[in-house]
Design a protein around this ligand. Structure first.
Ligand SMILES: [Fe+2]
Ligand SMILES: [Fe+2]
Length: 501
């Protein structure tokens, strides 16, 4: 039954619309809803909705029936009918729009529409300030009356508050996005070789969410992620390594087993040993000459000097080789022990090892470049992330961000860190993030101390990790079969980062 002539029913419509508006947080959907209901409640043929741009005072409309999608109208402050209503906060009810000189006929001309009657009312916020106007055109029967104006004013009053809430919501989101961006920049500026890692991990993890929804396997079959859960996962992924700000930068970017100044010290010690030996040898040669020793003795001394220098050069070469972050053949470690046993007299005449026990220990690190202490320091980034994220008063729908990020280095067999959680204790989100994290760490472009691993090899390594109960094999299978990495790379850039098949 039409509510057109039933004031109680019309009022109920306005109240229902007000309720719907209050619960709508998405600005575009809210504007659509307001416009649809506004035209309906006064039985108008079409309408437009203008918002006041708080920076310029201009009115702008994206939502106008009959207007091409993407087309935007901008009206300077106070200009035209809508500008007048926004400026005065008073409604305008025109039975014949063309009779009013302020009416802008250009839109009619551009769209081929013919406006007859027009009702334009202000939308105000709680402070009574204008946030926009609703303009409805061509009452389907007759012209708009005072009751229509009252009704539209009532609806516009509610709409103004709802719009302000939605705008506030958008602003809070933008503010938080900006903060997260700043946080990510702070992490990545400490180690430029990891630039883009957090963003890529977020995209890969969300890509895996989509893939699991499409093609979940085993216990993940039928899994769905709401928009809010996705946002939670995204923030957790973007901030998963934030705790790296609590790790010393030199440890974070350590390229070799020794820091440059440690290597420099060894090189200087070797140079000193060479020079000291030269001086001693020349001294001995001089004595031999003074004694009139046979030429053969002099030649032997010279040969011994050359041999000593060669030995030092060879040892220094072993040290340089050992310094690289590779898994070393055992022979190198043996060579290091030999160097450690060699002693030299320092400038104050004390005997010192050519290579200290600490240097031998560092150069003998069997995997990577980090000592046990340094590895523990790097691993502490997860706990720093947890502490940092717990300081943020997350809204109800984002409560699990810290927990998701906290689990990104846990392994199903309990060998992960920092808590050593087991399979049943690790939720699906950190499982997905762990796959994304390792994939990106492997395939990220070349670092000075680490070559980028090609896509296929990265998948093999991930598979190996799953076999060893480090990663979830069902999620990994979906990651591979649904070509998550390829899809993300294609969406990211027309040129894939790593060669993918
Ligand atoms: Fe991490
Ligand atoms: Fe990471």
């Amino acid at each position: 039954m039409s509510t057109e002539h039933d004031p109680a029913a019309r009022l109920k419509t306005v109240l229902d619309v007000a309720k719907a508006m209050i619960s709508e947080r998405d600005l575009d959907s809210l504007l659509q809803l307001i416009l649809r209901e506004a035209t309906q409640v006064v039985d108008a043929d079409r309408g437009s909705l203008f918002l006041v741009d708080p920076r310029t005072g201009e009115l702008w409309a994206k939502i106008a029936q009959g207007l091409a999608v993407g087309h935007e109208i901008r009206v300077p402050p106070g200009v035209g009918l809508a500008g007048h209503v926004a400026a005065t906060c008073q409604p305008l009810n025109l039975p014949d729009a063309y009779a009013d000189s302020r009416f802008n006929r250009d839109v009619d001309r551009d769209t081929g529409y013919h406006t007859r009657s027009l009702l334009c009312v202000p939308m105000t916020n709680m402070r009574g300030e204008s946030v926009g106007v609703i303009q409805v055109l061509n009452k389907r029967s007759g012209v708009f009356d005072a009751a229509d104006a009252d009704l539209l004013m009532a609806l516009a009053g509610q709409a103004g508050v709802a719009i302000e809430n939605a705008l506030l919501h958008v602003e809070i989101q933008q503010l938080f996005e900006g903060f997260v961006k700043g946080a990510v920049m702070a992490i990545e500026s400490r180690d430029p070789t990891t630039a883009g890692h957090s963003e890529r991990v977020a995209r890969l993890t969300l890509g895996l969410c989509d893939a699991v929804e499409r093609h979940g396997l085993g216990r993940w079959k039928g899994l769905k992620f709401s928009a809010e859960q996705r946002m939670e996962i995204r923030y957790a992924a973007l901030l998963h390594d934030f705790g790296k700000v609590g790790v010393r930068e030199r440890v974070l970017v350590k390229a070799n087993k020794l820091y440059p100044e440690q290597m420099q010290l060894i090189e200087q010690r070797f140079a000193y040993a060479k020079k000291a030996n030269q001086v001693e040898s020349l001294h001995r040669q001089l004595t031999l000459m003074r004694m009139g020793a046979p030429v053969a003795d002099l030649q032997a001394e010279e040969a011994s000097l050359v041999e000593h220098e060669r030995r030092l050069d060879r040892w220094l070469e072993i040290i340089h080789e050992s310094n690289k972050p590779t898994v070393l053949p055992g022979g190198y470690f043996h060579g290091l022990t030999q160097v450690h046993q060699e002693q030299i007299l320092d400038v104050s005449g004390r005997l010192q090892p050519l290579l200290t026990a600490e240097e031998v220990a560092l150069l003998s690190i069997p995997k990577g470049t980090l000592s046990a202490d340094e590895r523990a320091e790097i691993e502490s980034h997860v706990s720093h992330t947890w502490r940092f994220l717990n300081e943020i008063p997350w809204t109800r729908n984002l409560q699990r961000v810290p927990e998701i990020a906290y689990g990104h280095h846990e392994k199903l067999n309990g060998n992960g860190y920092p808590r050593g959680l087991h399979d049943s204790e690790i939720k699906v989100e950190p499982r997905m993030m762990a796959i994304a994290d390792i994939y990106d760490a492997l395939t990220a472009s070349d670092r000075p101390y680490k070559k980028a691993v090609p896509h296929d090899l990265a998948l093999q390594i991930l598979d190996d990790e799953a076999q060893r109960q480090h990663l979830d094999s069902e999620l990994l299978e979906v990651f591979i079969s649904e070509r998550v990495a390829q899809a993300v790379a294609e969406a990211d850039s027309p040129v894939p980062r790593a060669k993918m098949t």
